[in-house]
Design a protein around this ligand. Structure first.
Ligand SMILES: C[S@@+](CC[C@H](N)C(=O)[O-])C[C@H]1O[C@@H](n2cnc3c(N)ncnc32)[C@H](O)[C@@H]1O
Length: 326
């Protein structure tokens, strides 16, 4: 790797695959929940990037690509030289923005991700595609990456959160995350975020379940369960579960569940924890909250931001929002 690319740990790897207090809290919820980041071991990251997110029914990716393609220049006009991204993955969409930034100024990109493989691969690919881009990957969870950024006191910083990942949180987690981002930014810094807006349930359920003949969603969710079980010396038997996502309009949430196909107990020996499930009972593997635009903007602004610009895809009702720290 050249001097312009480096990836360094900012979290303790053992801690982020083995954070017992967080995991036990999630397992004690109703229904029990597996934290979403367990979906992104090497196999899961590959499945998400190369298969799941490319299903024709998964409108979030093309909607976001189109918004960034159309507006990268306007956004880049406003930003400073440091762009950090939470849960950067392959950063293929971010590349559009970084390319526009580089046409205007020297730029350092700080991707933050729990998957070391994807951080290294995306850093190498970006540096090869974008001449002059400095990439400093931060390997760890969002909180650890933000804490690193605070200690590094990057000047004119933008924090980016794409993929409507802001919706993959409970309301408490969302408040903590936006609060943490606000604490990391200085007045005049930017927060660029996408949010999926409320739309008809059938469109959402089609996006979050496999279409006929496809298996990418199911393999991704079952891999998350298998990875989780391995991390905690569990005895999960995969064929005793099937994934199904359903939209709950009252909470504006797509709930992603793995349902038990038979009565069973799952023992996680390293946690000294046993889950007892009756046939048809779910384990939650993650959820995706959809937003009404005004409430979303107000909720972010409550943390000390002001809306600077917004772009909404009228077909998919998908929003790209640029907030400035007050
Ligand atoms: C659904 S992918 C999205 C990737 C990219 N942002 C996009 O929109 O295409 C989520 C990425 O976030 C990472 N991730 C998920 N939860 C995380 C967490 N708590 N901390 C750091 N990275 C996380 C995963 O490893 C994965 O690469």
């Amino acid at each position: 790797m050249s001097r312009e690319i480096r990836v360094e740990p900012v979290d303790d790897e053992a801690a982020f695959w083995d954070d017992r207090s967080v995991v036990l809290e999630c397992l004690r919820e109703t229904p029990p929940r597996i934290p979403a980041w367990y979906g992104y071991d090497e196999v899961g990251s590959q499945l998400w990037e190369e298969e799941l997110s490319r299903l024709p029914s998964y409108y979030l990716r093309p909607a976001e690509f189109a918004l960034l393609e159309q507006h990268a220049g306007e956004i880049a006009d406003r930003l400073g030289p440091c762009v950090a991204e939470l849960g950067s993955g392959s950063a293929r969409k971010t590349q559009l923005l970084l390319s526009a930034c580089l046409q205007r100024r020297r730029t350092t990109y700080l991707p933050i991700d729990v998957s070391r493989e994807i951080l290294e691969r995306s850093a190498t690919a970006l540096a090869a595609a974008l001449d002059g881009l400095a990439v400093h990957g931060l390997w760890g969870r969002y909180e650890a990456g933000l804490s690193y950024l605070r200690s590094a006191r990057a000047e004119s910083l933008t924090v980016v959160l794409l993929g409507s990942a802001i919706g993959n949180t409970t309301s408490a987690e969302r408040a903590a995350l936006v609060g943490d981002i606000a604490k990391t930014l200085q007045p005049g810094d930017f927060f660029l975020v996408t949010a999926d807006l409320v739309k008809p349930g059938p469109v959402l359920e089609a996006a979050y379940n496999d279409p006929p003949g496809a298996t990418a969603q199911a393999r991704f969710r079952l891999n998350q369960l298998a990875h989780f079980s391995r991390c905690f010396d569990g005895d999960v038997v995969l064929h005793r579960f099937y994934p199904r996502a359903r939209y709950v309009p009252e909470t504006m949430t797509v709930e992603g569940n793995l349902y038990a196909t038979e009565d069973q107990t799952v023992t996680l020996r390293a946690l000294d924890y046993t889950l007892t499930l009756r046939r048809g009972e779910p384990i939650c593997h993650g959820h995706s909250v959809k937003f009404h635009r005004p409430e979303f903007v107000d909720a972010v602004c409550a943390f000390g931001f002001q809306l600077d610009a917004e772009w909404i895809d009228p077909v998919w009702q998908y929003g790209l929002f640029l907030f400035v720290r007050r």
